[in-house]
Ligand binder design. Sequence first.
Ligand code: CO
Ligand code: CO
Length: 316
Amino acid sequence: MGSLHNLEHSELLIGLESGDDAAVWKLSDEQAIVSTADFITPVVDDARTWGQIAAANSLSDIYAMGGKPLFALNLVAWNSDELPRELLVEVLSGGIDIATAAGISVVGGHTISDPEPKYGMSVTGIVNPNEILTNTGLLPSQELVLTKPLGIGVITTAIKRDAVGTETIAQAVASMIQLNDVAAQVALDSGATGATDVTGFGLLGHLGRMAKESSVDIMIDVDNVPLLEDSRELAEDGFVPGGTSRNLSWVADHLVAGSHSEVTKLLLADAQTSGGLVFGVDPGEAEAVCESLAKLGRFGAVIGHCTSGTGMITLK
Ligand code: CO
Ligand code: CO
């Protein structure tokens, strides 16, 4: 077996080591390319909505690095024996909806035959090499801002089992198709250096990795962590995706949970699709950052803070 790493290039500013959201390749002192790919299985019944969610999810990794997307390629797996072509057109139209909202073009792509449909994008963007938001960039004493509520994994699991009402689905969809563009700009404007988007590893998994890479410990104010409506009730009823449970096991050795319940821990570890950004800002800035987000019609909550450390997370 060969190595999975092959990273000896001085232009490669961000590769595999730090578990970051996208690769960053330096072109000049002012410009670097950001490159990422992501695709997902269906999370909702409506084809166009799924396309929108998958596209927003794919674009998110560019924003999570502080970058601006330039263009995207579609990545499609489709079961053409069983699914009509019109449905695929709907999925791809959803992708175009979100690409248009992001101000970019979909310039190509590739489709393969697969019993289980999958859709996403490979996205190329650009970033100033001096303004990259990374997993290694959290600083001791910074406060943490989260820009979307948690609970997507729990709700999409309940959707698959037809156990959730239309209003709950609508708020989850609205959250998933919201681009992280504004959140990233506000993070950059506030001088943030450490950020990621909360996706498959859940808040605890992503923060655990960031804390380790940044040599900080993190204290989470559990009462301040926003949850989508109904997600706690659904988690209590057992609608917990496998990924969420695995996230919690992965982080267990680095988690001091006090008297918090298993359901609370699972919600904090819930695997998100197209989740928000979490980023660090200097103490005293966090409330103003949330106000800036609110003024721009976006969400933000101060969920905790960092101290110098070794990657431990404490729930308060
Ligand atoms: Co990411
Ligand atoms: Co990703």
